[in-house]
Design a protein around this ligand. Structure first.
Ligand code: URA
Length: 229
């Protein structure tokens, strides 16, 4: 973890305040003055500010039920960030493990543990994400097979990875994918001539969205956290 991030995580200081301390030469790592905020440190390093040893606060892991007209970003844009729902200290120092579009609802995982979120986001990890999808047109009988074989998305070099489609109703399906390309689900249905009119993420790996109201959140259990360790 970056040294400035470690300082924020273990004190009440903001990133800017942490950087100021570093610049002033008030931070030591293993008895050496360090001024570069990007220096990589570990929890077992002896990190001190003004001689006072810092102990990293435990990482936090959260599930949130994302409403529409909110965004999965650390800065507000056209819509506000989902991080505003977190009425906790330093919520905006956390990050979102796998974005949803502004008009998508459902499960969002939020953490300040970059290694943990890497296991969710990295394409190499093939983490499963299941979406409930509402369609404009009736599902065609060959769509499940097409998705199992991979479809060509506009502007992409490779076919999509094998995906599992389960029919729920003529215009409602569950789709499980193991990658997270931009607008992937919407583009997959566009590739077979259909259109997504509603999208909701139900699960990520072994973590299922709890019965939370829109905008509600809770900390993950240790078993849920362990899914991505
Ligand atoms: N695929 C999409 O098209 N949108 C999302 O929000 C998530 C997956």
């Amino acid at each position: 973890m970056r040294l400035d991030k470690f300082i924020c995580k273990s004190t009440e200081l903001t990133r800017t305040e942490a950087k100021k301390l570093l610049k002033k030469g008030e931070v030591t790592v293993n008895n050496e003055i360090i001024t570069n905020p990007a220096t990589q440190v570990h929890e077992n390093n002896d990190i001190r500010v003004d001689g006072r040893a810092l102990v990293a606060r435990k990482s936090r892991y959260i599930m949130l039920h994302k409403p529409i007209d909110t965004i999965c970003s650390n800065v507000d844009e056209l819509y506000p960030s989902v991080l505003h729902f977190l009425d906790i200290d330093k919520a905006f120092d956390m990050h979102i493990a796998g974005r949803l579009d502004a008009d998508t609802t459902g499960l969002v995982l939020i953490t300040d543990d970059g290694r943990w979120s890497h296991n969710i986001i990295s394409p190499k990890k093939s983490c499963k994400k299941t979406y409930r999808v509402w369609l404009r047109d009736i599902l065609q009988p060959d769509t499940a097979e097409k998705f199992a074989n991979g479809v060509q998305l506009q502007g992409e070099k490779d076919l999509t990875r094998p995906a599992v489609l389960e029919r729920v109703a003529p215009k409602e399906v569950l789709l499980t994918i193991t990658e997270g390309k931009y607008h992937q689900v919407k583009r997959m249905f566009a590739a077979v001539g259909n259109k997504v009119v509603g999208l909701h993420r139900e699960s990520i790996g072994g973590v299922k969205l709890d019965e939370l109201e829109l905008g509600e959140w809770r900390y993950l259990t240790s078993d849920e956290v362990a899914n991505f360790l």
